[in-house]
Design a binder for this molecule. Structure first.
Ligand code: FDM
Ligand code: MG
Length: 212
């Protein structure tokens, strides 16, 4: 009797500062990978559709105030509440492209001056991404992409601090830095190569745990 080796999906995270094009690249990836016949879906953090996500949404839209530590833990809890869905999706062979993950959690809280180790602790043990694609955008070009919105954290000075922390978190064993100032289609081709290679390389490997 032939053994059936079920393939798992890959967990791919897109990170980067605001305006780097994460959401655009995520949608293009969904289209390209879907065309190959492979299963893939998008997720994003914060996921504002859950109960916890609703509180985060109010906080980001400045409708409520929360202590820095408390909101940091809510962002982490918002990831943990979706872990069963992440695991189930990967197990049935579907890949996931995630717009932001624990790295944004540390970078944005850290940019407020919070201790980085304290910020990392609640996310230890989450499913580890098979690849992190970091969309790198020069601050000059970011500012040319138009004004920031009205949400919390949406200003140049803060984003500069966020970027410094992303740089500290970068782990070359699974991070890929992509220059996001280039045309959208060129950026997409680079991201697409990484995603396809990662899906193939990881299909029979166990999912690892983040920072463990
Ligand atoms: N953000 C995002 C955090 O502060 N912590 C987190 O853990 C995550 C995932 O939320 F300013 C910040 C980053 C951003 C804001 O994100 C909303 P989107 O991607 O713009 O919705
Ligand atoms: Mg935003």
């Amino acid at each position: 009797r032939k053994m059936v080796m079920t393939r798992r999906g890959a967990l791919i995270v897109l990170e980067g500062c605001d305006k780097a094009g994460k959401s655009t690249q995520a949608k293009m990836m969904l289209d390209s990978v879907t065309k190959t016949g492979k299963g893939i879906r998008l997720m994003n953090f914060p996921d504002r559709t859950t109960t916890i996500g609703g509180i985060i949404d109010q906080y980001l839209r400045k409708q409520i105030e929360l202590k820095d530590e408390a909101v940091h833990l809510l962002f982490s809890a918002n990831r943990w509440e979706l872990v069963p869905e992440i695991k189930a999706t990967l197990a049935r062979g579907e890949s996931i492209v995630v717009d932001r993950y624990a790295y944004s959690g540390i970078a944005f809280s850290g940019a407020k001056g919070m201790d980085l180790e304290w910020c990392r602790a609640p996310d230890v043990g989450l499913p580890k991404p098979d690849a992190v694609i970091y969309l790198n955008l020069d601050k000059k070009i970011a500012s040319q992409r138009g004004d920031y919105g009205q949400e919390r954290y949406e200003n140049i000075e803060f984003q500069e601090k966020v970027k410094d922390i992303f740089w500290k978190l970068k782990d070359d064993s699974y991070w890929h830095v992509i220059e996001a100032s280039r045309p959208i289609e060129v950026v997409h081709q680079d991201c697409y190569k990484i995603v396809l290679e990662t899906i193939q390389r990881k299909e029979h490997q166990p999912i690892e745990l983040l920072w463990k």
